[in-house]
Design a protein around this ligand. Sequence first.
Ligand SMILES: [Cu+2]
Length: 210
Amino acid sequence: MKRTTRFALGLSAAVLFSSCADAEPEAQAPEPVATPEGVFGQAPAAMGGIPSVITLEPLGPVPSSEQDVPTEALMDQLALAFSPAHLLVRQGTTVRFQNSEVVAHNVHVSAMAGDSTVFNEDTLLGQFMSFRFDVEGGYDVKCDVHPGMTAFIFVTSAPHAVLAGIEGGFELPDVPAGEYSLELWTVEEAARSEQVIVVTDGEGTEVTLR
Ligand SMILES: [Cu+2]
């Protein structure tokens, strides 16, 4: 009985040793260093479920490739929720709101600036309505029938923009070199800010917004 145990231990030690030896050359190989690209960093965490928004407006001429504006987006109503719950669109985008379930909803959109209703429409199964967002800023979206059904839309003219994560982390990977006006938008007006940043090719630009 004792011998069997010793043999088993000896075998597992040998297996352990050989796997270590195999792994060694890999561990010694130089690890590729990831080069950060674009603009990234930390913004304030979401407030009341509404994320921070970071926009970059070029201070020089806007390349023609960045003048193209996405013209359509979708916000669905499904499983008693808006989907997506957070939507970032370029100014002039038409958002289609549709109801994809057998529950009567409505779409009640208000501009956060001035807290004014933009529209309030009932949506039954299979029905949709479209609205073109020409005014920049944050919008509250809710269904008055279901108090938990809320969403957020942000409209910007900036060619580069991103919604920060719930914890505030953000990343804009594809920003050409140049000078930009970076704006931080948050629900809390006092926390909004603006600054000029310089983006250099091949180098990441880290920004901390607090
Ligand atoms: Cu509803």
